[in-house]
Structures are given as structure tokens and as C-alpha cells.
Ligand binder design. Structure first.
Ligand SMILES: [Zn+2]
Ligand SMILES: [Zn+2]
Length: 190
């Protein structure tokens, strides 16, 4: 059942076209599910690669890259936006310099298994200064306090389902998610 986000329209900026198997999806494979959920804006990503653009009628489509940080060799190419995926075993506080250098827009799943943060104050300060948003990831979640602190520090909070297939979409958006129209890369087009 669609829920309504009182602070903005329903969006999902972490929808995979590549998967962890040889299966590939196109944006149109997600179309019916997106409409059913009432998702008004969809961000499609691939790991360390930029997806091919494909418009979807009635849905604002964005195309992004999920960069492994520290970078594993893939070069960043032009995308609407970028997610940072921290490599396992790394400390997010140590990686924020890499995120700034790579001009990352959103730190993806800060609570994915294998990532840690030794200094949230420093991380959020740097993210605020460099306009890097933090993702609320429906697959990995995270404690509300960090998002409340992010909000208080002026760090924007994006929503991502991290779906790797159309049946994994989610619209369980917490109330602290930043409206799409306030995100720098999206503001010009919504
Ligand atoms: Zn990831
Ligand atoms: Zn992902």
C-alpha cells in the first residue's frame, strides 16, 4: 500500500539495473512496479558504471553510478548523480576525503555490513560542508538518531530501496527523508 511522505513526493534513488548475477534489468522492467507504488522519481544505478538513459512516461528518471570507495579502478563518467559504496572493512570517517575528491552526491547504505564509522561528528561535518547526502537504505536501515543528527547538521537524507529486481522495490520512507526537490542534482528538473 503506498504511503505518503508528508515532506515530498515518493522517490527512490537506489534502484539497480545490474545485479549480483548475470541478470540485467532495464528501467522499463521496473515501470509497472514503480507505477503501482506511486514512485514519482526513480534513480537507476549500476556498480561502477553509468546506465544507458531511457525515459519513462510519467516518472522522472535519473541515472547514477554507485562508485566503490576507495575507487577500485573504475573511472567515474558523467551521470546525473553518484552514490558512494564503502568497501568492506573501511571506516567512513577515513573515506570522506575520497567522497569529496570523487564528487560523490550521496553516501549509500552507511549501515551496510562491513562498514563502520569511528567519528560521526567529523563525517557529518564534512558531508554538510561538501553537500554530500546520507542515504536511508530500506534494505539496511540504521538507527533514527543518526538521521536526526544528520538533519540537525544540515546533511540531506535520501531514500533508496537498493532493489536489485522489480519485486524488491520499497516505499517505506521515514519522515526525515529530504524531499527530492531540495536535492541539488534534482532541483532543476522537478
Ligand atoms: Zn552498494
Ligand atoms: Zn546498491
Amino acid at each position: 500500500m503506498p504511503n505518503s511522505n508528508s515532506r515530498g513526493r515518493i522517490y527512490d534513488l537506489h534502484i539497480h539495473l545490474d545485479t549480483h548475477s548475470p541478470v540485467r534489468f532495464s528501467p522499463s522492467d521496473y515501470y509497472v512496479a514503480l507505477l503501482e507504488f506511486g514512485i514519482a522519481a526513480a534513480g537507476f544505478v549500476m556498480h561502477d558504471a553509468v546506465p544507458a538513459y531511457e525515459p519513462l512516461e510519467g516518472i522522472a528518471a535519473y541515472f547514477g553510478i554507485e562508485c566503490t570507495i576507495p575507487r577500485t579502478g573504475a573511472r567515474r563518467r558523467k551521470a546525473d548523480y553518484s552514490l558512494a559504496h564503502a568497501a568492506r572493512g573501511h571506516d567512513l570517517a577515513d573515506l570522506v576525503g575520497d567522497m569529496v575528491r570523487e564528487r560523490i552526491d550521496i553516501l549509500a547504505h552507511p549501515f551496510a555490513p562491513g562498514t563502520l564509522c569511528s567519528d560521526w561528528d567529523y563525517l557529518l561535518d564534512m558531508m554538510s560542508e561538501h553537500t554530500i547526502a546520507i542515504e536511508y537504505n530500506a534494505s539496511y536501515g540504521g538507527p533514527d538518531w543518526i538521521y536526526e543528527r544528520a538533519d540537525a547538521n544540515g546533511v540531506q537524507i535520501t531514500f533508496g530501496s537498493d532493489a536489485h529486481a522489480p519485486d524488491q522495490l520499497s516505499i517505506d520512507m521515514p519522515p526525515f527523508v529530504t524531499p527530492l526537490s531540495e536535492l541539488p542534482f534534482a532541483a532543476h528538473s522537478v
